[in-house]
Write a protein that binds this ligand. Structure first.
Ligand SMILES: [Zn+2]
Ligand SMILES: [Zn+2]
Length: 302
């Protein structure tokens, strides 16, 4: 299961109790922070996010509403005595920004901070572990910007308990069965794995599209996402403004979700000019019915 907790779903200005962008992706208790707008730490406290469990932070781009909370978080982690390495991914200039702020404050972090630059216009595999993978892909914004895709792999096969009993397989061997191994009994009978297991559940995919104009250019990276988070800074009557400012409307987000064959669509990054967000739902749901307007503090599960 992938769990996504929204910490901030507003665009540049905090408004109506909505905060600049940040969200936490949880895969098997490993927490990934995606963007870190101002107030992210306060939102983490409010929604009981365990900072120690965050080992990876991804910053989509260097507009302040996506990273002005980062220095506070990095230094708080140090003050809390963190020693585990922290992996930070973002545009190349982010390293200079972080280094300068640490340097002028003569702050020495008590933990290793590993920085990986997101290359402009390129897709990269950022994390590749047995049970999960994180990739970045370029989107179309006013400055270089990347979206992120999270895949939870289900490599393990599922046991068929009755068949396992029938072939008298000891429970101590079950973990190896889940990994696809055959079992040889003491009497020499080879029990083939497919006799006693079935395929596991399919991979789960969550995609965060960051700030972007609506475009097909990154469609290959978001195909068949179980859940797609797409910005909808504006409603469609502001389509020209959205285009000029490299943002999208709710209708455009819905059209892209449809093209991508997404399971569900989650809208976010709302302009502070809107107090009532129900129109975002109405507009998008006419095109893509499985849509939700994201709410801060809510955890969405795949
Ligand atoms: Zn933004
Ligand atoms: Zn932006």
């Amino acid at each position: 299961m992938i769990k996504i907790t929204i910490l901030g779903n507003n665009s540049a200005l905090p408004a109506y109790n909505r905060h600049p962008t940040s969200q936490v992706v949880d895969i098997e208790e490993q927490l990934f922070l995606v963007d870190c707008g101002e107030a992210t730490q306060i939102q983490m406290q409010r929604y009981h996010i365990r900072r120690r469990r965050i080992n990876y932070i991804f910053i989509s781009h260097l507009h302040g509403d996506h990273y002005f909370g980062l220095m506070g978080l990095i230094t708080s982690m140090g003050l809390m005595g963190r020693t585990a390495p922290l992996h930070l991914f973002g545009p190349p200039a982010l390293q200079q920004i972080v280094d300068l702020q640490l340097q002028v404050a003569t702050t020495v972090l008590p933990y290793p901070l590993h920085f990986t630059a997101l290359e402009e216009g390129k897709a990269q595999i950022l994390v590749d572990e047995a049970s999960y993978k994180v990739e970045s892909f370029p989107v179309e914004h006013r400055i270089p910007c990347h979206g992120f895709s999270f895949t939870h792999r289900h490599l393990q096969r599922r046991l068929l308990p009755e068949q396992c009993r029938h072939y008298e397989i000891p429970t101590a061997f079950f973990a190896r069965l889940k990994n696809g191994e055959d079992y040889t009994r003491k009497d020499g009978l080879l029990v083939k794995n497919e006799w006693v297991t079935t395929a596991g559940t399919p991979d789960k995919k969550y995609v965060y599209c960051a700030d972007t104009r609506t475009t097909d250019s990154f469609l290959p990276y978001i195909l068949k996402a179980d859940l797609l988070y797409h910005e909808s800074t504006y409603l469609d009557n502001d389509q020209k403004k959205a285009f000029d400012r490299f943002h999208s409307t709710a209708r455009q987000a819905a059209e892209l979700a449809q093209k991508a064959g997404a399971g569900r669509l989650l809208l976010g990054h709302f302009s502070s000019k809107y107090q009532d967000l129900s129109l975002f739902y109405e507009e998008a749901s006419q095109i893509f019915p499985d849509v939700e307007v994201s709410t801060e503090g809510i955890t969405y599960e795949i």
